[in-house]
Design a binder for this molecule. Structure first.
Ligand SMILES: [Zn+2]
Ligand SMILES: [Zn+2]
Length: 310
């Protein structure tokens, strides 16, 4: 379980390098004895800012200090960031490449504060300068969205977001679907062709009315030609879009969390890698019993065969 791995560090990088994590945790512990630093949870509430360290990754000098020194970074409304350290509090502007610390302001260095902010943005621990933090409509965790995103529009974190071309399984029926469009509207404010709200269907009762709606088509309803085109779009061999490729199939609307992402083991769909981690927890909670990793091999074998024949 990933969330129990991190007991020593308060909120270190979500990277997959236990040895680095260990170095990070140890160095944090040596410097700090605040009890809050040993909290087991790495689940962060929206707006919460914790002091943390990052894996040092064999770095030296400023690059090392940018990772190893405990800092708390907070985004300001104007796209800059406040960095609190034991040595002082500074303001970083990543776009103008400035920091108010002496190392940057006087020596013109790419200081450890700027580096830290850049690292945390890259790791999706902080919103970028043109992003802001909203609440994921599924998990309530932080979701970073473009700054001009409409407040009325429900948003999703990277883990719960779906994109056209994603292969998903309907939690209610187990059917395989392909996501064809993100509608960006709430399930309790989006009507189907029947004129009913998506949230009003009994099969959607277990999912939040606040969740954004996705349109998807059943894989079983696709013709061989449509399957071939979907496979080509997913693999990047075709620049077209999935909605066009499946225009002949009937579309259905779903609240976001009803569609469970598949762990894609084909290696052909790197364009949507962020969803490959999402299989575990929710599947267990909602599906109650299928167990095991659903790799979508059913469809993938189909599309692979079809592509091979094409
Ligand atoms: Zn600085
Ligand atoms: Zn989420």
């Amino acid at each position: 379980m990933t969330h129990t791995r991190n007991t020593a560090a308060s909120d270190s990088f979500g990277g997959e390098t236990p040895s680095h994590r260990h170095v990070s945790a140890a160095s944090a512990h040596d410097r700090q004895s605040k009890p809050s630093r040993s909290e087991p949870s790495r689940i962060r509430r929206v707006g919460e800012r914790r002091e943390r360290t990052l894996p040092v990754d064999g770095q030296t000098g400023r690059a090392y200090r940018a990772r190893a020194e405990p800092m708390t970074v907070r985004p300001l409304r104007d796209g800059r960031y406040v960095v609190e350290t034991d040595g002082g509090t500074y303001v970083v502007d990543v776009e103008r490449e400035t920091c108010t610390c002496p190392d940057s302001a006087i020596r013109g260095a790419h200081c450890k504060h700027r580096r830290r902010v850049e690292l945390e943005i890259d790791a999706r621990l902080l919103p970028g300068p043109n992003e802001r933090e909203r609440v994921c409509a599924v998990c309530g965790g932080p979701a970073f969205v473009p700054i001009d995103t409409d407040d009325e529009r429900p948003v999703l974190c990277d883990r719960h977001d779906r994109a056209p071309g994603d292969l998903v399984r309907d939690r209610e029926t187990g059917s395989l679907l392909v996501v064809v469009e993100a509608l960006g509207r709430r399930a309790d404010a989006t009507r189907t062709d029947e004129g009913r709200l998506v949230a009003a269907y009994e099969t959607n009762a277990a999912y939040g009315g606040q969740e954004p709606v996705f349109a998807a088509v059943y894989v079983a309803s696709l013709s061989d030609e449509e399957l071939r085109r979907v496979a080509a779009v997913r693999s990047g061999d075709d620049d077209g879009d999935v909605a066009d490729s499946t225009a002949g199939a009937r579309r259905y609307l779903f609240p976001a969390s009803r569609l469970r992402p598949l762990a894609d083991t084909s290696g052909r769909s790197s364009r949507v890698p962020r969803n490959t981690n999402g299989v575990g927890e929710q599947a267990n909670a909602v599906d109650g019993g299928t167990g095991g990793v659903d790799d979508g091999s059913e469809l993938l074998s189909l599309v692979t065969v079809d592509v091979g024949e094409a």
